[in-house]
Design a protein around this ligand. Structure first.
Ligand code: ADP
Ligand code: UDP
Length: 260
């Protein structure tokens, strides 16, 4: 993968799928998307060349779509293949999962049928903590954690539903059925709530409406890795290809912003 045209500061965080680096501006950091797929909370891993660049491009376009719809994100520009510039946020340690259809863990936890429509979309909160296995949060458990005020929670859930609805609609036009997705949020330096992390087939389920429901080719997301179906990079390329047709132009990083 290319290195970005930007002076990188220290590595701030190495996660399972991305690395975050400081830049000369404390309010902005550079994100490198790794060519790695993980499942089972990182216990299974594989190197998949091309995956990082695809997730970065897909995320950049979808963040751009949301910004154009008036939804604030951390996206600040593309830096090169597999790299983007984002606003440094104070992250809220929650995984916000929106489900438009039943799939994945929900099938193991509630008597639901795969693909069952959930209207209104189901919103589940999980505590983002690898060591604890990202546990599901009840109302009472969220109160014990004391990580978000009731008002901020309403703001976060409202924005999460708006993000889901904008993406569900836009992807639907491309015959991509947004089954579920995981979102993360954080606060910027001025106290604005923003969508963070990534928007890629790593953190959502996308079913291809051009394939029959029982076809193994229907999943165009990380389930291909979780279920050992193979063809993950080809599936992500198909998603990238369809999203390109929306004609969104994510801004490249402007070196005039003083970070070079
Ligand atoms: P994980 O840490 O879950 O293994 P990643 O490999 O995707 O996940 O690492 C990216 C990390 O960066 C995550 O912990 C995520 O919460 C965090 N993050 C994402 N966007 C921002 C941001 N704008 N500012 C600060 N941290 C961020
Ligand atoms: N998800 C994610 N990171 C996680 C857990 C879930 O991105 O740590 C996404 C997952 O890709 C899916 C949605 O959140 O799109 C719902 O996941 P689910 O609860 O079904 O868990 P899974 O069975 O995928 O582990």
């Amino acid at each position: 993968m290319d290195t970005p045209a930007l002076a990188l500061g220290p590595l701030l965080h190495e996660g399972k799928a991305k690395r975050l680096y400081a830049t000369a501006d404390p309010q902005r950091c550079a994100v490198e998307f790794k060519d790695v797929a993980t499942a089972s909370n990182g216990r299974r891993q594989a190197r998949l060349p091309g995956k990082g660049g695809l997730n970065c491009r897909i995320s950049a376009r979808l963040f751009t779509l949301l910004e154009q719809a008036g939804l604030p994100t951390h996206f600040q520009g593309l830096l090169g293949d597999g790299w983007m510039l984002v606003r440094t946020l104070r992250m809220i340690p929650l995984e916000v999962v929106l489900r438009n259809r039943a799939a994945g863990s929900l099938l193991r936890q509630l008597p639901t049928v795969a693909g069952q429509r959930l209207e209104p979309p189901l919103l589940d909160l999980y505590f983002k903590d690898d060591a604890l296995g990202d546990p599901f949060l009840s109302e009472a458990r969220l109160a014990v954690l004391n990580i978000i005020t009731p008002q901020a929670r309403v703001q976060l859930e409202t924005m999460a539903r708006q993000v889901n609805s904008a993406l569900h609609q836009a992807l639907g036009k491309l015959d991509l059925d947004l089954v579920d997705l995981k979102l993360e949020f954080g606060w910027d330096a001025s106290g604005q709530l923003r969508l963070a992390d990534e928007l890629s087939p790593d953190n959502c389920r996308l079913w291809d409406r051009r394939q029959s429901p029982d076809s193994p080719g229907r999943s165009l997301d990380k389930d291909r890795f979780r279920q050992g179906l193979g063809g993950l990079v080809a599936a992500y390329k198909e998603v990238d290809h369809r999203i390109q047709t929306l004609g969104l132009q994510p801004q490249p990083h402007d070196p005039g912003q003083g970070l070079l």
